[in-house]
Structures are given as C-alpha cells and as structure tokens.
Design a protein around this ligand. Structure first.
Ligand code: ZN
Length: 65
C-alpha cells in the first residue's frame, strides 16, 4: 500500500495509456487520487485502491516547498 502519495509525484503505470504515455503526475490527493497523463494531459480520478493496483512505481518525488 502506498501511504505517502503527494501532489506532484510522478508514477509509472502498469499499462500504457492509449496516447502512448506511461507516466502520470498526481494533481489531487483525497478520497480519490487525481492523475494527469504527462503525454496527453488527460486527467483521470481513481479511488486509492484502483490507483495502487494500476501504479507500478513512483519515478519522481514531489519537490519539497
Ligand atoms: Zn495520455
């Protein structure tokens, strides 16, 4: 389980987006996780469980303010 999801984190997903992209940036963290494709900028909301099952690994950490 991923407990420290933060806005600005970048994740590589297990499946390729139809646009060809693999990497997604977290733009919202709450009951649902909002992610934006880094290639086509399409936004998707997923509940935490679904997000965790689709994410493979975090490739970039949100920068500290
Ligand atoms: Zn995309």
């Amino acid at each position: 389980m991923i407990t420290d999801i933060a806005v600005g984190d970048v994740y590589r997903m297990r499946r390729q987006h139809p646009c060809g992209g693999w990497e997604w940036t977290v733009y919202r963290v709450g009951a649902d996780i909002g992610i934006e494709c880094r290639t086509c900028h399409r936004r998707v909301m997923l509940d935490r469980r679904r997000f965790e099952s689709r994410a493979r690994n975090r490739i970039m950490r949100a920068e500290d303010p």
